[in-house]
Ligand binder design. Sequence first.
Ligand code: FA5
Length: 409
Amino acid sequence: MTTSEKSVLIDDLHALEREALAKLATVPDERGLEEWRVEVLGRRGTLAELLRGLATLSPEARPAAGAAGNRVKGALEAAYAERQRGLRAQSRARELEAERIDVTLPGRGVHLGQLHPITQLRREVERVFIRLGFSVVDGPEVEYDRYNFTLLNMPPDHPARDIQDTFYVANVGAPSRAPATAAAAAAGAVSPGDGAAPAGTDPLPPSERGAGGHVPVGVDGGKAKMATPAGGEVLLRTQTSPMQIRVMECQKPPIRVLIPGRVYRNEATDAAHESQFSQVEGLCVDERTTMGDLRGCLTFMIRTLFGSEREVRFRCGYFPFVEPGAEFDMSCHVCGGQGCRTCKGTGWIEIGGCGMVHPIVLENVGLDPSRYSGWAFGFGFERMALIRYGVDDIRLFYGNDLRFLQQLR
Ligand code: FA5
């Protein structure tokens, strides 16, 4: 190669450098940059092709052309590295912009759950009676007719059954009848010929034995042994009162128990009635307990829940399993007894039923009424919650509307 060939090669190298640098400046992204690298700096790229021309130069011309080639190669590689850094910085900046977080936005608060208002009320009532020495026990919601009615002094055809119509879930044998004797009742037997399962067997499958599985569970987790029921018609219990029988069957006096639980009635629902609701039963049996003790305990509960100025009054009321029986009211917590819309102008608000355990009921569980006396009370948690929270429709409690429930803490 001649000297002029050498300068042509150097000129070509300079031209390549200019063009490549100009193109490099317009490369839009990393993909374009890679294409540029392959085209210019690659093994078969334009630079390599020009440098191959060095081999054809004469030995005198080669150093200058080689030096020019090295400088151009170095310049292009440096420009490439610089452009690569720039493009990476740009794409990172774009990513950061796209994923930008506004740390000044207020955070989302952690939502704290709460107990359902009926559960809150149940626990408050339980606490009151635990302070008075009561145990809290649990019983089956699926119950025998004889516990729900017969042994509570409501034999078949008793008119008081009509106001507590319910749902019959299984007919285990023919309808049960009142046990012929108190001793038979205490032993869990039914009168012969009524078609019920033999004494000592439990015809209910375990899955139908209700939340407590026929075993009352104390708040401390302690368990008491229950007498095994003997069969008969099976229903959804209409009240928590059958647990009076179950507790007295398995426990000797002194007895002080509180039994909260769900009950069922075949009723049309309205603002004051549900077909599923919850009640609480209190039962005390001892040698010398009186209606005065009943009144004292109820007054203590009402004052703890509704304020120390509340009064409790008893009105005559009929429940077949108590004698004397009463409805108990509290003086209105809104007007203090003067009369207002809440108490319908009477100054009093009805809370529940109560009375002295009927001697026939004591006999039905084998307790001697001349030695033992007892008292019991029962009321509905939903009705009490209506009063407590000033709510006017009982159905709101089970409507699952958090906007409503969250107001009742
Ligand atoms: C009874 O159920 C008796 N077992 C109470 C009792 C126990 C009396 C011990 C004597 C001794 P009653 O049917 O009145 O009684 O119901 C008691 C309470 O349950 C009522 O005061 C009311 O608060 C509530 N209640 C009754 N029916 C409904 C209903 N359909 N929906 C919501 N609450 C109800």
